[in-house]
Write a protein that binds this ligand. Structure first.
Ligand SMILES: C[S@@+](CC[C@H](N)C(=O)[O-])C[C@H]1O[C@@H](n2cnc3c(N)ncnc32)[C@H](O)[C@@H]1O
Length: 795
């Protein structure tokens, strides 16, 4: 049974230890010390009344701080051991007897300060807890109004409950200044707060309603308690750590278990009562005695019923199930079917589960969708990248040129033969590609094919998703795989394509101009000058000869005259417009510049050497063969064209690509010298301190810094502590320092001989604490012999 433990040790905090050190009877002493430090009422008081004073730490503080010859009177339900300079007595502050005793002690004096630190429910006196804390405060205020001198102070503890505001309102009617504060020594988890009321107005006549709990707390009707939450979510709620939950300081409620069985609202009982009682009244109770005797009424059920406030969800469920069984036995439930009955009693949580299930399903669907989107994006990017590579490597086909012209981001419809539709050029291309005209029958067969394709696509998608799941599972298990995938994704998503967003303003302007220009020349044949080298080469073919206006040809000639040299170098630059030149330049920067990049970016070391890091064995082998002249750079380029490069992988499923990546790759020979060189390099890398050592060192450093910081904070706290004398402070700080610098003795390794019960055991031998090593008797004897020998040698 999950009974929550009350950790008594949690209370033994710093203030507790300080109180012990200083000889105060309770840690509460520091609350008064701190309140007095802030408001300074004790030094100005000559007569003080301490209500609810046991064990007497406030009286001790008052005796220390108040002027000599002051009168201190302390009263409590519990006895208070005598305190020097204070009069104490045992009484209930709510009684007339207590009032009379106080009057007797005060004689004709009036109190300058009335303190009240009362809390019901402290200890085991349940029966005496007739008043809630707020009511006790009102009682103490009643005494204060009777005994306080005009201008006097009233200091009281209040719990932040629903009664807090009405109390504050009453205080404000009777005092000129009312301040609520929480001294540092009051635990944060505690709902207590201290209200310091100064300047008692001492009204000649006081309306008794001010001090009547019925009137003061009347307006607030108790909210309906959320018993379902208490029963089904008991762990969420904070259990009382000091005093009781808001509005529940006093009442310990017990109910006969027979009522729990009979009730139609069992949850209300579980949520609002403390105990289900199995105790039969002296006159006897048949129902109770039957319940007691039932075999379903196990010891566990009885233990759970003892204190409902400490139960968890599981225990509440058990109690509810047990109730159902008992009801069944008593014939209180007409059992339709076990299932129906279950649902009758515990139906409250069913909708929650349903909702959760729907939410989960939604989440799963959303995840699936996002993975599909991601995949499509990746495929698209990959396609774009490949197109560009192909164009750069002069591997474009006539079909691709239209795309190239438009840019890789263009959609399929933009690839049109419009641009080459001059003087039959388009027809020529169409003929060349043997494109037959489309027919209706083909349309039909196409739709059939589409159906097949749909099935195929579906199967492929299923296969893809299965593969994805498989990979996810693998990734869950293998962190390296996860990192690899993340790297891959980052690389593939890094490509943004050529979007308008990426263009600078200037580029955009140029583009606009070009677009206008394109409109003008829409019907003109493609001008080699407008195109990249690849396109220019393509249009240089015979088939396009003669395409274009005569006018343009004339101009071309003129241009040719102007720039003969250019003509020789590049195939027919655009003769017509200057803008075309600009476009050409731009295209060159787009495509040609990328070829020139390596030259421009050659990073050199200060000594002029190329700063190249060759880290793979293949690269090393290649470098070596180039240095020795075995290979030329042209050979390297040629090698780049092999059956492994530029394979069309569009639309290939991931599982296939992954497999291909692993097995279908070129094996390049590595020379002995290259292998040796790479080995040497790796050795140099390994000679550096490994990451783990660095991390361990870092951790050590960090821990030391943390320890130092903690020490600094602790000593600062001690230095600021008004409750300690200077000597105490320095002693405490020295103690802290010596404790921190003290080195822990190294644990000795105990040798355990593997004989008797310890022979052949695995794990810790019985009765051995700390570090140990299992040795055989021979070894022990040998060590002893060695020691003897050493001694002899010395002697
Ligand atoms: C937190 S303790 C007070 C500690 C005290 N200020 C000190 O410094 O030692 C609360 C006290 O209120 C007392 N108390 C509760 N109800 C009381 C009542 N009706 N009359 C007198 N004392 C009461 C309890 O007996 C308990 O000793």
């Amino acid at each position: 049974m999950a009974i929550q433990k009350k950790h008594g040790k949690g209370r033994l905090d710093k203030w507790y230890r300080l109180a012990k050190e200083k000889g105060y009877r309770a840690r509460a002493a520091f609350k008064l010390i701190q309140l007095n430090k802030k408001y300074g009422f004790l030094e100005k008081s000559k007569v003080l009344l301490d209500l609810c004073a046991a064990p007497g730490s406030w009286c001790q503080v008052a005796a220390e701080c108040m002027p000599a010859q002051s009168l201190i009177i302390g009263v409590d339900l519990a006895p208070i051991k005598p305190i020097p300079r204070a009069i104490t007595f045992q009484s209930d502050i709510t009684t007339d007897k207590c009032r009379a005793t106080i009057r007797g002690h005060l004689k004709h004096w009036k109190a300058d300060t009335v303190l009240h630190d009362g809390a019901p429910n402290v200890g085991t006196a349940w029966v005496q807890d007739a008043f809630s804390q707020a009511e006790l405060v009102l009682e103490s205020l009643k005494l204060a109004t009777e005994f306080l001198a005009e201008g006097g102070n009233f200091v009281t503890k209040v719990f932040r409950s629903k009664d807090y505001n009405p109390l504050l309102w009453v205080f404000k009617q009777l005092f000129t200044s009312v301040e609520a504060t929480k001294p540092p020594s009051s635990r944060n988890v505690s709902a207590e707060i201290f209200v310091v009321c100064r300047g008692y107005k001492a009204p000649k006549r006081l309306d008794p309603k001010f001090l009547d709990p019925k009137h003061v707390f009347a307006e607030l009707s108790a909210p309906t308690p959320n018993n379902e939450a208490k029963v089904f979510n008991p762990e969420v709620k904070k259990r009382r750590r000091e005093g009781y939950e808001e509005g529940d300081y006093t009442q310990f409620k017990e109910i006969p278990v027979s009522e729990f069985i009979n009730t139609t609202d069992p949850i209300a009982i579980l949520g609002s009562y403390n105990k289900l009682s199995f105790v039969e009244p002296p006159s006897g109770d048949i129902a109770l005695s039957t319940i007691n005797r039932l075999e379903e009424t196990t010891e566990e059920i009885k233990t759970c019923s003892e204190d409902l406030k400490v139960l968890g969800r599981k225990e509440f469920r058990n109690l509810l199930r047990w109730r159902l069984k008992v009801r069944e036995k008593f014939g209180l439930v007409v059992k339709k079917s076990a299932q129906e009955e279950e649902s009758e009693e515990v139906a409250e949580i069913a909708p929650m589960d349903e909702e959760l299930a729907i939410q989960e399903q939604l989440l799963r669907m959303r995840e699936k969708e996002s993975t599909r989107d991601k995949k499509e994006r990746r495929k698209e990017n990959e396609k774009k990248r490949k197109e560009i590579v192909r164009m750069q490597m002069h591997m474009t086909t006539p079909m691709d040129i239209g795309m190239e012209q438009h840019g890789p981001g263009g959609d399929d419809t933009t690839f049109s033969l419009k641009r080459v539709d001059r003087a039959g050029a388009r027809d020529a291309v169409v003929n060349a590609r043997d494109l037959a005209p489309e027919s209706d029958s083909e349309d039909e067969s196409e739709s059939d094919l589409e159906d097949d394709d749909d099935d195929g696509d579906r199967l492929e998608r299923e296969l893809d998703s299965m593969y994805e799941h498989y990979q996810e599972r693998m990734e869950d298990r293998d962190s390296k795989l996860r990192a690899k995938k993340a790297r891959k994704e980052y690389e593939s998503e890094a490509w943004d394509g050529f979007s308008d967003e990426n263009k600078s303003d200037n580029e955009a302007e140029e583009e606009e101009e070009e677009e206008e220009e394109e409109e003008e020349t829409a019907n003109a044949p493609p001008q080699p000058g407008n195109l990249s080298n690849n396109a220019a080469m393509f249009f240089d073919q015979d088939i396009f000869q003669g395409v274009g206006d005569e006018e343009e040809e004339d101009e071309e000639e003129e241009e040719e005259e102007d720039s003969d040299v250019e003509m020789e170098e590049a195939p027919a630059p655009a003769p017509k417009q200057k803008k075309n030149k600009k476009k050409e330049k731009k295209e060159e920067t787009e495509w040609v510049d990328s070829d020139e990049e390596p030259e421009e970016q050659d990073p050199r070391k200060p000594n002029g050497q190329l700063d190249i890091d060759i880290i793979t064995a293949e690269a090393m082998a290649l470098a070596q063969s180039m240095v020795t002249g075995e290979k030329k750079s042209s050979d390297v380029v040629d090698d780049g064209f092999n059956r492994y490069s530029f394979r069309d992988v569009d639309g290939m499923p991931d599982w296939f690509m992954d497999d291909e990546g692993q097995h279908s790759k070129m094996q390049r020979p590595i020379t002995k010298a290259a292998a040796a060189a790479i080995k040497e390099k790796l050795r140099a890398i390994n000679a550096r301190p490994i990451k783990k050592v660095m991390e361990a060192k870092g951790r050590k450093k960090f821990k030391a810094a943390q320890k130092l910081e903690k020490l600094r904070k602790k000593s600062a706290l001690l230095a600021d502590d008004e409750a300690l004398s200077e000597r105490d402070k320095s002693q405490a700080i020295t103690k802290l320092m010596s404790k921190a610098t003290k080195k822990r003795p190294k644990q000795e390794v105990k040798l355990v001989v593997a004989r008797g019960a310890n022979r052949g055991i695995s794990g810790r031998p019985k009765g051995v604490k700390g570090k140990y090593k299992i040795v055989d008797s021979r070894m022990k004897k040998d060590i002893r012999a060695q020691k003897r020998l050493k001694k002899k040698m010395k002697a």
